[in-house]
Design a protein around this ligand. Structure first.
Ligand code: 13P
Length: 337
């Protein structure tokens, strides 16, 4: 029997599990490898990701889906098994990043719009054949610095929400669950109230555009930022305040038809990302499953432990398992420091 969009979405947000974002573009993974003095090659990228996907206990117990990059969805493990098959064998759903990145938005200096809609229908058909059952598209919304409120502009919020809706409709047409990701960046010196205001705006606009595009919300997953103080803000909100404001915004903006919400980590420390997620699940009654779709907060520790040397696989796998387990506990509000 073929799985419906609703079945796939439910599997992605299964209780106590979350998503591993391993979809760094070639440019981004190079930066990550630079930080451990490792050359980024097709083989080193494959070896590193194979190490993650072969962490059986983490994958089976805590990782419901993996977001891949175009290169990775086509790669084979060292023994010739397609990486996609390793993910499926662990009971996890393979997914694919399909956006072509954030480009300068004409008419709005300093702001970005995510591109990649051209030819997307055909690309979805190919990715489906390659095994992808969900996809990701990330919009980037920056908040201006120094108390200036010119960014984001309505043009930026609207153009990005519209592109997300067009992407989501195309994904569903091919039987692929769209993760919609409108990321309000934590870079900058804005306070948590400004993050709340901008995120509310971005989410309101997003759900309006998804409605206009006829997207079936039960076959989608939202990947938002948490409501958090800007990295350079002199006052950093507590874990309790982040949880309270994030839940308040999500309840005000996200219909309960959405099966699950999986946060990005966005530059938070590993432990902050876990603590914030745990506080929301432990303290609030929520209409959706609330979990993680972390990139850096899951990978920083295993990346450092691997250090570019495949002899360190078991150390790196232990580090990945630890973070996956901690976030799995946070997804049910059972994590303790
Ligand atoms: P981070 O958790 O590192 O923010 O990455 C998640 C992601 O997929 C961003 O698009």
């Amino acid at each position: 029997m073929t799985e419906t969009l609703h079945d796939i979405a439910q599997k992605m947000v299964a209780t106590g599990k979350g998503i591993l974002a391993a979809d760094e573009s070639t440019g981004t993974i190079k930066k990550r490898f630079d930080s451990i003095n490792t050359t980024s090659t097709e083989d080193s990228r494959r070896d590193y990701r194979e190490m993650l996907f072969r962490t059986d206990e983490a994958m089976h117990n805590y990782i419901s889906g993996v977001i891949l990059y175009d290169e990775t969805i086509r790669q084979k493990a060292q023994d010739g098994t397609p990486l996609v098959e390793l993910i499926k064998a662990a009971g996890s759903v393979p997914g694919i990043k399909v956006d072509a990145g954030a480009k300068d938005l004409a008419g709005s200096p300093g702001e970005k719009v995510t591109e990649g809609l051209d030819g997307l229908r055909e690309r979805f058909a190919e990715y489906h054949d390659l095994g992808a059952r969900f996809a990701k598209w990330r919009a980037v919304i920056d908040i201006s610095r120094g108390g200036d409120t010119s960014m984001p502009s309505h043009n930026c919020i609207h153009a990005n929400a519209h592109a997300l809706a067009r992407y989501a409709a195309l994904a569903q047409e091919r039987g692929i669950v769209p993760i919609v990701e409108p990321e309000v960046l934590m870079d900058g010196d804005h306070d948590i109230a400004r993050c709340e205001e901008v995120t509310t705006w971005a989410l309101k606009e997003l759900y309006q555009e998804l409605y206009f595009a006829g997207v079936d919300l039960e076959g989608t997953v939202l990947k938002p930022n948490m409501i958090i103080s800007g990295k350079l803000c002199p006052t950093q909100a507590s874990v309790a305040e982040v949880a309270e404001r994030t839940v308040k915004v999500l309840k005000a903006c996200v219909p309960s038809a959405v099966p699950g919400i999986v946060f990005l980590s966005g530059g938070q420390s590993d432990v902050d990302a876990t603590a914030h997620l745990n506080a929301m699940n432990a303290g609030y009654d929520l209409p959706w499953n609330l979990s993680f779709s972390y990139g850096r907060a899951l990978q920083a520790a295993p990346l450092a432990a691997w250090g570019g040397d495949n002899n360190n696989w078991s150390k790196a796998q232990a580090a990945f398992l630890h973070r996956a387990r901690m976030n799995g506990l946070a997804a049910t509000g059972n994590w303790t420091e």
